[in-house]
Design a protein around this ligand. Structure first.
Ligand code: NAD
Length: 529
C-alpha cells in the first residue's frame, strides 16, 4: 500500500440543472426516458469479472405505472454469495496495495461520467424506477451521487496527511490501512446517491465490498455499477449481488471474514443484522464495524414568532417532496395556537396546489410511493386516522393504486401529541400536526424530545432568538441534523454531513471524513533512528 500524499483535490458541489423547456438537458432526458420505457434490460449478478444469470428473477417496474416493466434482475443464491466473498477476498490484495490516487481517480472519473455522458440515463432511471420528479432525480442521482464520489476522494489526502508527532531520534508514522476481510453494503430504495455511496465509501478507502441493492431499485444500482466499471473499477472490488435480503444476509453475516456493514434502511432491519452479528461475534476474524443510517420521525416546531409563509413552505416541502419517502422528511409538526388558524389556511392552500401523478410531467410535485407494500402500510395509517376520535384528517386522505401507487398529500390534526402517527415512521406523504398553547413552549420541547425513539432531523421556525436558543439546547439529542428556519430535508454533501443517533443509526455522518474513517484501520509505525 502506498498512501503518500502528493495530490490535493478541491471539492465543489455539482450545480443542479433546471430542465427548462427546450434546454439541452431536458431534451436529452426526455429522449432517455422514452428509450428506457421502450427497452427491456436483463440485470445479472456480477462477481469479479463474471456476469451471472441465475434464472431466479425479480422485476423492475414503474411505481406510477405499475404494469409497465422495463427490466428484470437475477437474484444471487447461496452459491453466488459464497463466490462473491471469495472473489472479493481475491481482489483485496491488489486493490489495497494500489496508491490512493488511482483509487481516487476512479471515483473522480465516475463523477464526471455521472454528471456528463451518463447524467440523462441515471436521472431517467431514478425517475422511472423510484418515481422521482425531474428535480428530485437531478438533485439525488446526478448531483448528490457525484458529490459523494468527489467529496470522498477529496477527503483522502486530508485524512492521510494527519500524522503523529515524532520526537528527536524517532519517526512515527500512521498508515491508513483498509480493514481486513470484506465490507457488506446494503442500500435502500429511496436515494440513488446513497446506493452509490454505501459501496463507494469503503471501496475508495481500499476495501473490497459485497453490495446488495434494494430490490425496488436494482435497475438504478446496476447503472451505478456500470458507471464505476467504465471509470476503471477493477473486477472484484465491488461485487453486485441483488437478491433476497434475508437469504443473502444470512450467508454473509456468518462469514468469518465479514469486517463491516455499511447499511442505510429501516431501524428494524439494522437491529436484526446487529443481533445476528452479535450472535456470531466469537467466529469473526475481527470485530465488524457496524455503520447504519436508519429511520426517522422528523419534527418541525413552529414558534409564535415565526414567519408564517416560510414555516408553511418548509412544512410542505419538508413533508411531501418525494412523497415523504426521505428519512429526513418532516412528519410531526408542532404549531403554536395563536398562529394556528393563519398557518392552517396557508398550509392547506399550498397542499391544494400539489400535483400528484406521472413524474414525466414537469409540473408534477409528487409521484407514486415505491410499491404495494408501502402503499398498504401508508393507507393503514390514514385509515386509522380516519376512524379515530383523537384525530381528524384536514387535507387529503385518498389513496389510489389502480394505475400506480398514489397517495394524496395527507394532513392529520391530532388532539393527542402521542397519537400513533405522531410517533411511528410512516415513510409516505402523511404529516400530523399538534397545536400547542403558546405558553407551553418549554413543555412542548420536552415532549418532542421524548415522543419518538428516533433522532434524525428536526427544525424550528422562529424569529425569537431566545426561543431558537432554547430549542437548540433542549433538543440537543433529538436530531443529528437540526435546522433553524429551514425544512429538515435536503442535506448537501460537504455542507450538512448527514446522520442521526438513537434509533436513527450510528450517526457516522455520510458526506464527511467521519464516515470514511470507519473504513480505515490505522497502523502506527514507530522507528527509532
Ligand atoms: P429497508 O430496511 O426495507 O431496506 C433497506 C435494505 O435492507 C434493502 O436493500 C433491503 O433489501 C435490505 N434488507 C431488508 N431486509 C433485510 C434483512 N433481513 N437482512 C438484511 N438486509 C435486509 O428500507 P427501505 O424501504 O429500502 O428504505 C426506507 C428506510 O430507510 C426508512 O426507514 C428510512 O428512514 C431509511 N433511510 C434512512 C436514511 C438515513 O440516512 N438515516 C436514508 C435513507 C433511508
Amino acid at each position: 500500500m502506498n498512501n503518500n500524499v502528493i495530490g490535493k483535490i478541491d471539492f465543489v458541489n455539482e450545480a443542479v440543472l433546471k430542465y427548462e423547456t427546450g434546454s439541452n438537458e431536458r431534451i436529452e432526458l426526455e429522449r432517455e426516458l422514452a428509450n428506457m420505457k421502450n427497452s427491456f434490460i436483463e440485470i445479472p449478478v456480477i462477481i469479479g469479472e463474471k456476469e451471472i444469470l441465475t434464472g431466479n428473477k425479480g422485476t423492475c417496474f414503474l411505481p406510477h405505472n405499475k404494469s409497465k416493466i422495463i427490466g428484470e434482475y437475477h437474484k444471487a443464491s447461496e452459491k453466488e454469495v459464497e463466490m462473491a466473498i471469495e472473489e472479493a477476498l481475491k481482489a483485496k490484495e491488489k486493490w489495497e496495495s494500489l496508491a490512493w490516487e488511482p483509487r481516487a481517480s476512479i471515483f473522480l472519473r465516475a463523477a464526471e461520467l455521472v454528471t456528463g455522458p451518463w447524467r440523462a440515463k441515471i436521472n431517467a432511471a431514478t425517475m422511472l424506477i423510484q418515481s422521482k420528479t425531474y428535480k428530485q432525480a437531478e438533485i439525488d442521482a446526478a448531483c448528490e451521487l457525484a458529490d459523494f464520489f468527489r467529496f470522498n476522494a477529496a477527503c483522502l489526502p486530508q485524512i492521510y496527511n494527519e500524522q503523529p508527532m515524532s520526537l528527536k531520534n524517532m519517526w512515527n508514522k500512521m498508515e491508513y490501512r483498509p480493514i481486513e476481510g470484506f465490507i457488506y453494503a446494503v442500500s435502500p430504495f429511496n436515494f440513488t446517491s446513497i446506493a452509490g455511496n454505501l459501496p463507494g465509501a469503503p471501496a475508495i478507502t481500499g476495501n473490497v465490498v459485497l453490495w446488495k441493492p434494494a430490490s425496488a431499485a436494482v435497475y438504478t444500482a446496476y447503472i451505478i455499477y456500470q458507471i464505476l466499471k467504465e471509470a476503471g473499477l477493477p473486477d472484484g472490488v465491488i461485487n453486485f449481488i441483488p437478491g433476497n435480503a434475508g437469504e443473502v444476509s444470512e450467508i454473509i453475516l456468518k462469514n468469518k471474514h465479514l469486517s463491516g456493514i455499511h447499511f442505510t434502511g429501516s431501524t428494524k432491519v439494522f437491529q436484526d443484522m446487529w443481533t445476528a452479528i452479535g450472535n456470531n461475534i466469537t467466529n469473526y476474524k475481527t470485530f465488524p464495524r457496524l455503520v447504519g443510517e436508519t429511520g426517522g420521525k422528523d419534527f418541525i416546531i413552529v414558534h409564535n414568532s415565526a414567519n408564517l409563509e416560510s414555516a408553511s413552505q418548509g412544512i410542505i416541502d419538508g413533508s411531501f417532496e418525494y412523497q415523504g419517502q426521505k428519512c429526513s422528511a418532516a412528519s410531526r409538526i408542532y404549531i403554536a395556537k395563536s398562529i394556528w388558524s393563519s398557518m392552517k389556511k396557508i398550509i392547506i392552500e399550498k397542499a391544494a396546489k400539489i400535483k400528484v401523478g406521472d413524474v414525466e410531467r414537469i409540473d408534477t410535485f409528487m409521484g407514486a410511493v415505491i410499491d404495494q407494500k408501502s402503499f398498504d402500510n401508508i393507507k393503514n395509517y390514514i385509515d386509522y386516522a380516519k376512524i379515530s376520535n383523537e384525530a381528524e384528517i384536514i387535507f387529503g386522505g385518498n389513496c389510489d393504486n389502480s394505475i400506480g401507487f398514489f397517495v394524496e398529500p395527507t394532513i392529520i390534526l391530532a388532539n393527542d401529541p402521542h397519537f400513533k402517527t405522531m410517533e411511528e415512521e410512516i415513510f409516505g406523504p402523511v404529516l400530523t400536526i399538534y397545536v400547542y398553547d403558546d405558553d407551553k413552549f418549554d413543555e412542548v420541547l420536552a415532549l418532542i424530545d421524548s415522543t419518538s425513539g428516533y433522532a434524525l432531523t428536526g427544525a424550528i421556525f422562529a424569529r425569537d432568538r431566545y426561543a431558537i436558543d432554547k430549542a437548540e439546547s433542549v433538543l440537543v439529542n433529538a436530531a443529528g441534523n437540526f435546522y433553524i428556519n429551514d425544512k429538515p430535508t435536503g442535506a448537501v454533501v460537504g455542507q450538512q454531513p448527514f446522520g442521526g443517533s438513537r434509533l436513527s443509526g450510528t450517526n457516522d455522518k455520510a458526506g464527511s471524513k467521519l464516515n470514511l474513517m470507519r473504513w480505515i484501520s490505522p497502523r502506527v509505525i514507530k522507528e527509532t533512528l
